[in-house]
Each structure stands twice: as structure tokens, then as C-alpha cells.
Design a binder for this molecule. Structure first.
Ligand SMILES: Cc1cc2nc3c(=O)[nH]c(=O)nc-3n(C[C@H](O)[C@H](O)[C@H](O)COP(=O)(O)OP(=O)(O)OC[C@H]3O[C@@H](n4cnc5c(N)ncnc54)[C@H](O)[C@@H]3O)c2cc1C
Length: 427
């Protein structure tokens, strides 16, 4: 079978050394078969292994091949729709539970890095940058909202203070979250995979699940093998395709693009982001950026609904970078890549169970580095019979995208165009 390599990203070029992992050939038996070795699959596997389950992971390509190995590396708290929206759409008990969990993913990441000694350039501190007064007002409300759920490591930044943390004229203010931060995302995934194996878990690469035979004892088929399991956890997110047709109808893969500059001198890097925090702006279609461990600027932005790969990524993203930091107008771009995240209509994660034994979590709609780590914990809790926190997510309502399979891409792009126009006009 043809092997699927990593995309040509900065992360793949600077990945830590990893062992060769086999393809699945033949039949194996396990307690839990996890489909997908991104953060959702790896986090679930780790929590299950720590609780005595036998776990087998099937990965279609390589560990961290999907969004987990390509993302902006930003540890962003809460969900892609914030807790106030959740409070308005579900009952108070469920909202309270979901709100309490909104800051747990970042803590899980830091625990994993410390426990398993994962080398992934962790830095503390993330900035939400406001371009308009309306966005600044939103950050002020967000701070109060998050504080209500016990999250207090927050500082509002006025127009002078924001310039001290990010040297651009783009912003009128912002909010610093010291429990946010950034990591080398692929090295985090690779470190978690090593942790899985250190606890006796097995990872098969280049082994896509092609079919799941449902029933009391589910069987997951790959091109050359089968996994018989008590439970299956589906964690393929935007790369899952149509393996579970009932999930595909209520979610849509979307692409977002990232470029990475040549290494900057220490002086230039420090002049852009003096405290080495990561930054994302507050636009609907947002820009996000940070420095790498070797002082490159990693800059992402833009969304392609339906996840087509754009022809010239640098041409799309470079103007955004130069608008933010005109001082980098001549900088060389060493890497450019695209990756897919999974959008739901509510922008809240799609979590649930099919029958008694097939679990899934997907669709965190852009902000998933922290949520996916939490997802692993709640999925594992549920398999151990403690489903209260899992049920809080599983009870979130989800709807198909307007327009069906054919028209959902143009319809959603039109909606996003409307919201980004509102951002540009400041209302
Ligand atoms: C470019 C980009 C930038 C982003 N930046 C940020 C950011 O800065 N901060 C943030 O919070 N979030 C960010 N996100 C979102 C975040 O990366 C994702 O939400 C998160 O990584 C999703 O993890 P996952 O494990 O659910 O999915 P993925 O990481 O996509 O993993 C799914 C895995 O499943 C495998 N798979 C799929 N189907 C099968 C199958 N049939 N059989 C076997 N394996 C299968 C895939 O090969 C893949 O490895 C970004 C996303 C992208 C694309």
C-alpha cells in the first residue's frame, strides 16, 4: 500500500526522532480500538491505559498527520463558541458542567508534558488581540465570564500595554491569558504517542479503518487486518471521510493555512513578540501567530470551506503577515502548508455514542488543542462508567448545515463573508 507521508511543514522538518511503526496485518484483539492518532485519539488512549485498558490505535497515515501535527500550536482555553452561548442554549446544570471543563484541557496538556517529559517547546502566555472597540468590549465580558468559572489568570491590555506584548499598530487592546501558551504541536503528539507505547498501547500507522462492523463485539477493518474490540473510539475528525455517515452530515471539513518564516535574529524576534506569547486576533476569520523554538514566525489565517487545498498558500497568508508586521516585508518564507479542522454549525464539539460501544468526539471547529485533550479524559471516564461529563457534551444539540452536501460550502462561505464584513466595519 502507498504510504502517506507528513505534509511538508515546519513541524515535520523539526520533528523529534520517532520509532518506525508497523502497519496492521492480520487479526488482533483489544479492549478499545481508537481510530485516529491525533490529540483526541492519543489523549483517550493515554487516559484508558492509565486506567488499565488494553488499547490499539489505528492511524491512516502517521501519528499527528492531521490537524494535531499541523496547527498553530496555540493553547487556547474554552471552546470555539464561548460559555455564554452554551449558557443560552442548554440548561443551567449542563452549562455549569461545560463551563467548569472549559479550562481543563490546558492543564491536561501541561500535566502530560511534565509526566512524560515531552520536548515540545512549551511557552506560557496567549494574547487575544482586539482590532475594534466592539471586540475589546467582548474581551471585557469574556474576562468576567471566565472569572465566573474560576479562571483568573487574565489581564486586559489597553492600547499601550498591547504594544508591549505585540509590536504592531493593528490592535487597540487585548487580553492576556497566562494559562494559554504555545507548543510545537507535532512534537506534543509524538511525545503522547511515545507515552501510549510506554504504557503498553499499540499504534499501527498506515492502517486506515475502512469499515466498522457494528454489534455487541465491534470489528474494525483495515486493508490488511482486523481489530476485534469491546469498544471503538472514533477520533478521525476532519480526515475521517464517510466512515460514519451519520456524523458526516452534521460537520464540514475546512482548511486553514500556515506559513513559517526563515529563522529571525534574536533582536528581530524580540522586537515583534518581546515576551514570546502567542497571539490570535478576535476576527471571525482570524489571524494567529507566534514564534517557534528557533525564532521563526509561524503565521496562520484564512479558512477554505470544504477543505480544498489552495494553490498558493504564501500568496494568501503573506499579505496578512506583512500587514501585521510591515518590518518583515522582505522576510523569506521557508514553509507553507494547509490543514483541515472540522466545523459544526454551532461550532461546539460533536460528541456521542452509536449503539453501546462506538464512541466519538470531533468538530471542535478551529480551537481544539485544549478541548481534544479534555475529550480524551471524558471519553475514558465514560468507558469506565462515569458518563456525567461525557453526557454534558453529548447533550449539545447539532444540526445539519443548510444547503445539504451540495450547497453547504457556498452557504457557509456566504455566512462567513457576512461575519468578516461585520468585523471590517466594526459592528
Ligand atoms: C492549520 C490549523 C491550525 C490550527 N491551529 C489551532 C491552534 O492554534 N489552536 C487550537 O486550539 N486549535 C487549532 N487548530 C485545531 C486543532 O488542531 C484541532 O482541533 C485538533 O488538532 C483536532 O485533533 P483531532 O485528534 O480531533 O484530529 P486530527 O489531529 O485531525 O487527527 C485525526 C487523525 O485521524 C486519522 N484518521 C482519519 N480517518 C481515519 C481512519 N479511517 N482510520 C485511521 N485513522 C484515521 C487522521 O489521519 C489523523 O491523523 C488548528 C487546526 C488546523 C488545521
Amino acid at each position: 500500500m502507498a504510504h502517506t507521508p507528513y505534509p511538508q511543514s515546519y513541524y515535520a522538518a523539526s520533528a523529534n526522532a520517532v520509532p518506525a511503526r508497523p502497519e496492521l496485518v492480520g487479526d488482533v484483539e483489544t479492549d478499545v480500538c481508537v481510530v485516529g492518532a491525533g490529540y483526541t485519539g492519543l489523549s483517550t488512549a493515554l487516559f484508558l491505559l492509565e486506567n488499565g485498558f488494553k488499547v490499539t490505535i489505528l492511524e491512516a497515515a502517521k501519528v499527528g498527520f492531521g490537524a494535531s501535527g499541523r496547527n498553530g500550536g496555540q493553547i487556547v482555553n474554552s471552546y470555539s463558541r464561548d460559555i455564554d452561548v452554551i449558557e443560552r442554549s442548554v440548561g443551567p446544570k449542563q452549562a455549569q458542567l461545560l463551563g467548569q471543563m472549559a479550562f481543563e484541557g490546558g492543564r491536561i496538556i501541561r500535566e502530560r508534558i511534565a509526566t512524560y517529559n515531552i520536548q515540545c517547546d512549551l511557552k506560557d502566555g496567549g494574547v487575544f488581540a482586539a482590532i475594534t472597540n466592539k471586540q475589546m468590549g467582548h474581551l471585557e465580558s469574556q474576562k468576567k465570564l471566565w472569572e465566573r468559572y474560576g479562571h483568573t489568570q487574565l489581564e486586559l491590555l489597553d492600547s499601550t500595554r498591547i504594544r508591549e506584548v505585540v509590536n504592531t499598530e493593528n490592535y487597540i487592546g487585548g487580553m492576556l491569558d497566562m494559562s494559554g501558551g504555545h507548543i510545537h504541536p507535532l512534537n506534543l503528539a509524538l511525545g503522547e504517542a511515545a507515552a501510549v507505547e510506554s504504557l503498553g498501547g499499540t499504534i499501527y500507522e498506515q492502517s486506515p479503518a475502512t469499515r466498522i462492523e457494528r454489534g455487541a463485539n465491534p470489528v474494525v477493518h483495515t486493508p490488511q487486518g482486523r481489530v476485534k474490540a469491546k469498544f471503538v473510539v472514533v477520533a478521525g475528525n476532519a480526515y475521517l471521510g464517510n466512515l460514519i455517515p451519520e456524523l458526516a452530515a452534521k460537520s464540514m471539513p475546512c482548511g486553514t493555512q500556515v506559513i513559517t518564516t526563515e529563522p529571525l535574529s534574536d533582536d528581530v524576534a524580540k522586537s515583534l513578540l518581546p515576551q514570546d506569547y502567542c497571539v490570535e486576533d478576535c476576527n471571525y476569520l482570524l489571524d494567529y501567530y507566534r514564534l517557534s523554538g528557533d525564532k521563526r514566525l509561524i503565521f496562520g489565517g484564512g479558512v477554505v470551506y470544504g477543505a480544498r487545498d489552495p494553490a498558493n498558500i504564501e500568496a494568501i497568508i503573506r499579505p496578512k503577515l506583512v500587514k501585521t508586521f510591515p518590518q518583515l516585508k522582505d522576510v523569506k518564507i521557508d514553509y507553507a502548508w494547509t490543514g483541515n479542522f472540522l466545523l459544526t454549525l454551532s461550532r461546539l464539539p460533536q460528541v456521542g455514542r452509536l449503539g453501546d460501544n462506538i464512541y466519538y468526539s470531533q468538530g471542535c471547529s478551529g480551537h481544539g488543542v485544549t478541548y481534544t485533550h479534555l475529550a480524551g479524559k471524558i471519553l475514558a471516564e465514560s468507558l469506565r462508567g462515569q458518563a456525567e461529563r461525557f453526557d454534558a457534551f453529548a447533550g449539545l444539540p447539532h444540526y445539519p448545515f443548510p444547503g445539504g452536501q451540495l450547497m453547504r460550502v457556498p452557504f457557509t462561505a456566504m455566512g462567513a463573508w457576512y461575519y468578516s464584513l461585520r468585523d471590517k466595519l466594526g459592528f
